[in-house]
Design a protein around this ligand. Structure first.
Ligand SMILES: NC(=O)c1ccc[n+]([C@@H]2O[C@H](COP(=O)([O-])OP(=O)(O)OC[C@H]3O[C@@H](n4cnc5c(N)ncnc54)[C@H](O)[C@@H]3O)[C@@H](O)[C@H]2O)c1
Length: 297
């Protein structure tokens, strides 16, 4: 019975007919994207909005997330923001509630927020290691736990009514998580851990028609991998000035070592995420898609 239900992805094309419609639309869908004030998260929110979704964007950087929401609205998209630090244990629930209060639904969740705090293991403090586990693993866990009541109860109602509505979770990981990377014991552990969370929830939530997948990036051209030229860039996290960026020589080496010979753009990164947010991936779950231009650590 379940298998005979039609989904919105079904497009009927009769022999001799051409399908002129776009492969999918996200009109009527609502997406929640974390860490969306800049970089890859912002590109993901923009792609989802351009495909028709209403987007709730989150970031801890108030001015940047307000500006990102304004830019989306100026483009004619439906957007709202909820500012806050996801590592505050109470905040994921507040964020999910804000999305439901604003749009009345959540169809797509992208756990994207993250940062790097790198050192070789002998120089890695407990606080530093824990911070990487918190933002890359504990936060996605809390966000998805906070959304679980809505996702399960809504799906139960739909299934009882004979409808199959697919919802989407995409967790952002890294080739540091799938391959390991020197200097990133905490980051790589958090990014590996979120793959376990992804695979587990794909099994818990398949019955509720939720696709749960992960996208792992190689080197994407954002502030995290900006060339360190003289003055290294810092981000402030929980009272720490954390150095970000990559030595230019290492960047050049990485470009050469990648099959495509260059870094990826945030828009290219967002394209891989869009696949998992769209009906094109309705029968894909528990998978990790690497979007890395063929680069390996
Ligand atoms: N850029 C890359 O090469 C690369 C490679 C692999 C994985 N990633 C992952 O992609 C994701 C996006 O990274 P990016 O390169 O766009 O970085 P970015 O720094 O440009 O954007 C990340 C955003 O997350 C926000 N953020 C961080 N901690 C937060 C918190 N506690 N609460 C709310 N917001 C928070 C930041 O303020 C920032 O706006 C991250 O998970 C990162 O680990 C990036």
């Amino acid at each position: 019975m379940h298998n005979k239900l039609r989904s919105s992805a079904d497009v009927i094309v009769r022999p001799g007919e051409k399908a002129h419609s776009a492969p999918f639309t996200l009109e009527g869908k609502t997406a929640l994207v974390t860490g969306a004030a800049r970089g890859i998260g912002r590109a993901i929110a923009t792609k989802l909005a351009a495909a028709g979704a209403a987007v709730m964007i989150n970031d801890l950087d108030e001015s940047a997330v307000t500006e990102a929401e304004c830019a989306l609205r100026t483009s004619g998209f439906e957007a709202a923001h909820v500012c806050g630090d996801l590592t505050n244990p109470a905040f994921p629930e507040e964020m999910v509630k804000a999305a439901l209060d604003t749009f009345g639904a959540i169809d797509i969740i992208v756990n994207n927020a993250g940062y790097t705090w790198d050192s070789v293991i002998q120089k890695t403090s407990d606080e530093q290691f824990q911070a990487m586990i918190d933002i890359h693993l504990v936060v996605p866990f809390r966000v998805l736990r906070a959304a679980s009541t809505y996702l399960r109860e809504t799906a139960k109602g739909e299934i009882a009514a004979g409808k199959r509505v697919m919802r989407k979770v995409v967790n952002i990981t890294s080739i540091a998580g799938t391959q390991g990377n020197a200097g990133q014991s905490g980051y790589a552990s958090g990014k590996a851990g979120v793959i376990g969370l992804t695979k587990t929830l794909s099994k818990e939530w398949g019955r509720y028609n939720v696709n749960v997948n992960a996208v792992g990036f190689g080197l994407i051209d954002t502030r995290l991998v900006q060339p360190i030229n003289g003055n290294a860039a810092n981000i402030e996290m929980h009272g720490h000035q954390i150095r970000i960026g990559v030595q230019p020589a290492m960047l050049e080496q990485a470009k050469k070592a990648s099959a495509l010979g260059r870094l990826g753009s945030p828009e290219e990164a967002a394209g891989a995420v869009l696949f998992f947010c769209s009906p094109l991936s309705d029968y894909v779950t528990g998978e990790v898609l690497i979007c890395g231009g063929g680069f390996n650590f």
